[in-house]
Design a protein around this ligand. Structure first.
Ligand code: ZN
Length: 489
């Protein structure tokens, strides 16, 4: 078994091995906490949760750091516009820290529902101002930055004389020049593509700190360089985030790390891993297009694009069914199909737990286990791994009905892999035994009444019971000698 991951930095799949085994340092850019967590947040969190879980499963000691951005993320990506959190605070007439704490709490609530494990460390930008100032200072001392009017900028031209700039995104500075607009507040930069490490604050600015350059606040990119290297050293193993962060955010992080630590920083992280984005009915998700969907809206169904609410596992399953480097197109139809697929696996799992082994096996799982792990090892192909589980559901029904037999060893192995892969690694939540039992009692009663209706040739009543059960999410499977049931969508 060897895990291979696609490295955005080298643009190829590479075998993963930690710099300092058995320890793995992983940093993922977390949310800017100024609004309700949405589908984009769900996808990034689930993708890196699976990586975290898989590395842990393989025996690595993973230190997983995912930050909370609570200052410095401006509306424009190029040091322009209002701080997103300050704007929200102004609009709602509350303190910036209230904004940050409210949306951090909502983020945690949504992620807990999706069964996303909390990271080992969840640092906030405002909690690490001294580390950020120290890093800016060191970059200044090494000559890669300059101070203007109390703001500090990284000098991309000077940096470029010693290190390549644009390695992650593949962008050339020439392209950046062509693409840079004349923006307010850009005049003090030597070059429009320089970026802020520290910004001077107006006296009325609500979030500001003392620094060697006067009162101000950190640039958005410096927090991630400062916090990742503070907790993980430099270079560390894995840096993750959404595809939209590659430029300018991650490109800037790499430049800051080199400017601060020199060649030894080695692009700050060994592997740069990016998840693709969520589209809605084929379109980019955005507030202006009216197709912006929050996680809570998926759960409640309170959105024009949804006819009803869906349980968290439907959304988690939908995310797992796409490869993390492909776009994920969200629609109610896709969500419903994902929920159906999730239930299909849970029905099969419940049956599997009731299968009895046989000394005369007529069925063998063969190399199935190896195939499942080969899929996960191949750049975390969760979609391919799930497909292998679907292939087995019909056989599990046959095992359950004693049409085929499995040896004790194969049965143990099968149960273990279902458990480990679906629940421990992919992070699905099983349907609780108590819930199954409650269904069991009610459904068995109705199956009994239906059988009675049939024996009295009251087929209208028998069909009515079957259809009503189907409407309530229970499908009946009729066999000559028995009727089975399963949860359905
Ligand atoms: Zn970041």
């Amino acid at each position: 078994m060897a895990l291979v991951l696609y490295n955005t930095l080298t643009r190829r799949k590479e075998p993963f091995s930690p710099l300092n085994p058995p320890y793995v340092g992983m940093y993922v850019c977390g949310p800017t906490v100024y609004g309700d967590p949405h589908l984009g947040h769900a996808r990034a969190a689930v993708v890196f949760d699976v990586l975290y879980r898989y590395l842990t499963f393989q025996g690595y000691k993973v230190r997983y750091v995912r930050n909370i951005t609570d200052v410095g993320h401006l509306e424009g990506d190029a040091d322009e516009g209002e701080d997103k959190i300050l704007k929200k605070a102004r609009l709602e007439k509350i303190e910036p820290i209230e904004v940050a704490q409210r949306y951090t709490a909502l983020y945690h609530k949504a992620m807990d529902a999706l069964n996303v494990r909390r990271p080992s460390i969840e640092p906030t930008a405002t909690g690490h101002i001294p580390q950020q100032i120290a890093m800016v200072q060191r970059i200044l001392e090494r000559g890669y930055a300059y101070v203007v009017n109390g703001s500090v900028y990284l000098d991309v031209e000077l940096y470029r004389q010693d290190f390549p700039y644009g390695v992650l995104s593949g962008r050339q500075v020439e392209e950046l020049i062509a693409g840079s607009r004349e923006l307010e507040g850009q005049a003090e930069k030597r070059h429009p593509w320089d970026f802020a490490l520290w910004k001077r604050a107006e006296p009325t600015h609500l979030m500001q700190w003392d620094s060697p350059w006067g009162r101000g606040y950190p640039g958005w990119h410096i927090e991630c360089s400062a916090m990742s290297t503070h907790y993980l050293g430099v270079p560390f193993d894995i840096h993750g985030g959404g595809l939209d962060l590659i430029f300018p955010h991650h490109e800037a992080e790499i430049a800051q790390a080199h400017a601060c630590y020199g060649e030894a920083a080695h692009h700050q992280a060994r592997f740069w891993i990016h998840n693709n984005l969520v589209t809605i009915d084929g379109q980019k998700m955005s507030k202006s297009l009216g197709n912006f969907i929050t996680i809570e809206e998926v759960f409640s169904g309170n959105h024009p694009k949804l006819s009803r609410g869906y349980p968290p596992m439907a959304l988690r399953f939908l995310i797992l069914q796409a490869h993390y480097r492909s776009t994920l197109d969200f629609s109610e139809e896709a969500l419903r199909a994902a929920y159906r697929a999730y239930l299909r696996l849970m029905n099969a799992y419940r049956r599997l737990l009731q299968v009895r082994p046989h000394s005369y096996a007529t069925y063998s799982i063969g190399a199935w286990k190896e195939k499942v792990f080969a899929a996960l090892d191949d750049d975390l192909n969760t979609a391919a791994a799930l497909a292998l589980f679907f292939e087995q559901t019909d056989d599990i029904l046959r095992l359950y009905r004693n049409e085929i037999y499995l040896s004790p060893e194969d049965l143990d192995s099968l149960k273990r892999i279902w458990q480990e892969v679906l629940f421990d690694i992919l992070g699905l939540t099983p349907i609780h035994q108590v819930e199954w039992e409650r269904w069991e009692r009610v459904v068995n009663l109705l199956i009994h009444l239906r059988r009675q209706a049939r024996s009295e040739r009251n087929f209208a009543l028998a069909d009515f019971l079957r259809d009503e059960l189907q409407r309530l999410g229970v499908r009946l499977l009729d066999f000559p000698e028995e009727t089975l049931w399963e949860l359905a969508e």
